[in-house]
Ligand binder design. Structure first.
Ligand SMILES: [Zn+2]
Length: 168
């Protein structure tokens, strides 16, 4: 299937596009999850609201391998994301999008890239600082004492300061 979507036509048709592609084709996902190898599944539904504006329901699912920021070991991460975006054709239109809808600006020809929009959806669904659910902090203390100090500083700035003074 072509990567190039015509949202105006698809919305008028009320089209639904489902499919998958290998995560390897998404360069920005490879950057954050080089070990990921499975498929990325997508389910897109185009529609028009009563006023004729284009709405797009985006669902994506993928399994990635992130790196735990506490122990730096790999951790599997299931991405399951679902959003509704407002497809618009200019930055001016994007500013007029109301409520909790995210605007998605089509290119100069009024087209959207399937891969780019799926990739954006995944990236927005990723945690800023992924950490294991189970306690894994002990290894950090052994290998990365400065990270522990920084973390403690957020909660107890003076305690962390005291700890730093003691160790120097
Ligand atoms: Zn961990």
């Amino acid at each position: 299937m072509s990567d190039c979507l015509d949202p105006a036509r698809l919305a008028t048709q009320g089209a639904r596009l489902e499919g998958e592609f290998p995560v390897g084709v998404l360069a920005r996902i490879q950057d954050v999850s080089p070990e990921a190898s499975g498929p990325v599944r997508y389910d897109l539904r185009f529609m028009r609201d009563p006023a004729g504006a284009i709405r797009l329901e985006v669902r994506v699912a993928a399994q990635l391998q992130l790196r735990c920021e506490r122990c730096l070991e790999p951790m599997p991460w299931d991405v399951r994301s679902e959003t509704v975006v407002a497809v618009v054709f200019s930055d001016d239109q994007a500013r007029e999008v109301a409520g909790d809808l995210e605007p998605l600006v089509a290119d100069a020809e009024g087209r959207l890239s399937l891969r780019a929009l799926v990739e954006d959806e995944i990236l927005m669904a990723l945690p800023l600082a992924p950490v294991h659910e189970h306690p894994c902090g002990r290894q950090v203390q052994e290998h990365h004492p400065e990270m522990v100090a920084a973390e403690a500083a957020e909660d107890h700035p003076f305690a962390a300061l005291a700890a730093l003074k003691k160790s120097y």
